[in-house]
Design a protein around this ligand. Sequence first.
Ligand SMILES: Cc1cc2nc3c(=O)[nH]c(=O)nc-3n(C[C@H](O)[C@H](O)[C@H](O)COP(=O)(O)O)c2cc1C
Length: 199
Amino acid sequence: MHYGDTRPDILTFDPFKAIIAPRPIGWIGTRNAEGVPNLGPYSFFNAIGNSPHMICFTSDGLKHSVVNARDRGEFTFSLATEALAQAMNVSSEAMPDGANEFDKAGLTLGTSIETDAPFVAESPAALECVTLSVTELTDRTGSPINRFMVIGQVVQTHIRDEYITGGRFDTVKARPISRMGYRDYATVTEAWELIRPDD
Ligand SMILES: Cc1cc2nc3c(=O)[nH]c(=O)nc-3n(C[C@H](O)[C@H](O)[C@H](O)COP(=O)(O)O)c2cc1C
């Protein structure tokens, strides 16, 4: 099977996100203009650079996280884990500007160091970021598509001490969750090592 812009009828739903899977979840913390905390998950998300550390997320339309990251110039990422899956899901509900998803999901505000953006204190790891750019994406004809990509530079890394094992962040212990297609998620439950030819 192959197809271009028109999906064959046999595919009931668009498999795109099931193919590009698993995707890490950017659980994005911001404050609105009045300073009210905001939290939402974004799976069009990833790390995009190592030196300096940079991450990005993309929003369908100008959602609160984008507006807040743009207007206040900062945001946080919190690692979404199996233990926090329900809270992550609660925080995805569309709510009016000024609704505090931390309260709604029963989460604690972490204390940020270099920004005023809140993160999830219960999460094993979180990143404070300064917003570098907010860009509306365009399609191949150059037309704007009402999708907004936010790029940020990490300025503080928070790790809960119990997730450091032998000098490393213990990803398996944290049990991060990731998005697949449809309503499917995956959990990191094991790791395996592959030494590079040049190592
Ligand atoms: C796991 C998960 C991943 C999501 N990923 C995205 C995404 O990449 N882009 C997007 O626009 N919405 C995404 N959503 C929906 C947003 O989380 C939802 O619209 C939320 O209300 C946005 O919050 P905000 O307006 O406070 O930023 C996702 C929802 C879930 C549950």
